[in-house]
Design a protein around this ligand. Structure first.
Ligand code: PMV
Length: 309
């Protein structure tokens, strides 16, 4: 156990962007995800009452939650992690997030990975306790999730993910490339969007299953194109994946417009990233992210660049 303020263990978790295959991944199709250098860092001190304070990238306190089984999601998530890890002492956890909250960039999983790692280090709990605790936190925010956010938060880098127990994670080596993330409306609840897709699959057994099969093909082709740095193909496949997500019912007019505008100002392709229903789109902009952001701003969009590799 550590003491003092200078040697507190810090935990880190990565944010993420799903590049291909969201939603289909819930139903067994592989997906491709990029863990980001942006994410969350957590530190722990022994003090009562047990709490979690979220601080944004500029050092401002966003909120403080107190561990509780019947409170707000953040309170329940903190309780779930502490319970899963078997921590019985009072702890105050500070989490600094440099990934935006609630836009489909995996802030909740990054937070859980950072908090869990800091607690595991503080109480010498052993690495094997980490996954279950992150998963318990993610269950509070996302219900029954595929586990892709959690894998990205803990692993980082670009990899192919296939749901399972344990999930199959295949790291990919891709040339570094710039994406633009465009904010296109308030995000919907991931669990609502996942339920909507499950309902469509139940109603449209054959046709909606064909959409999943098409996404599987897109992901396979995208995997090769990404590793080859064939950006024209990656862009085309992003457009196709967006169309298929629209066919699953998770796009909105604003998300569609953001994709169209990004391509109109020079992106090679664009798609929803994450659950849809609002949130963000990603656009592929090798070497021209700043220019595309400026052109999108002129059309009224808030956007920023991210480098993945
Ligand atoms: O809400 P997000 O961006 O974390 O999206 C989660 C990805 C889904 O495929 C929609 C759900 C899941 O559990 O994989």
């Amino acid at each position: 156990m550590t003491s003092g303020l200078t040697d507190r263990p810090a935990g880190r978790g990565f944010g993420k962007l799903i590049l291909f295959g969201e939603h289909a991944v819930v139903h067994g199709v592989p997906a491709i995800v990029a863990g980001l250098s942006l994410g969350a860092s957590a530190t722990v001190v022994h003090a009562a009452p047990t709490s979690l304070t979220l601080i944004d990238g500029s050092g401002r306190v966003v909120t403080t939650a107190f561990a509780s089984t019947d409170g707000e999601p953040l309170e329940r998530a903190l309780q779930a992690m502490i319970f899963s890890l078997g921590v019985t002492q009072d702890v105050q956890v500070s989490v600094t997030l440099d990934v935006p909250i609630g836009v489909g960039m995996g802030s909740s999983a990054a937070m859980a990975a950072a908090v869990t790692r800091a607690l595991v280090a503080e109480f010498d709990l052993g690495e094997q306790a980490i996954e279950a605790a992150v998963s318990a936190s993610e269950a509070v925010f996302h219900g029954s999730a595929s586990g892709i956010d959690q894998a990205a938060a803990l692993t980082g880098g670009v990899f192919e993910f296939e749901r399972g127990a344990p999930p199959k994670i295949t790291p990919m080596k891709i040339p570094s490339v710039q994406l633009v993330v465009v904010e296109a409306g308030p995000p919907a609840l991931t669990s609502d969007m996942v339920t909507g897709v499950a309902n469509r699959l139940r109603r449209r057994k054959t046709s909606a299953r064909q959409v999943l099969a098409a996404i599987r093909e897109v992901v396979g082709e995208a995997s090769s194109a990404l590793q080859a740095g064939d950006w024209a193909s990656v862009g085309e496949l992003m457009d196709m994946n967006h169309g298929l997500l629209k066919a699953l019912g998770v796009s909105t007019p604003e998300l569609d417009r953001a994709c169209e505008d990004a391509v109109a100002v020079g992106a090679l392709g664009a798609k929803i990233t994450g659950a849809g229903g609002g949130g963000c789109v990603i656009a592929l902009t090798p070497n021209r992210g700043a220019e595309v952001c400026a052109l999108l701003a002129a059309r009224g969009w808030k956007s920023f660049t991210v480098e993945i590799s």
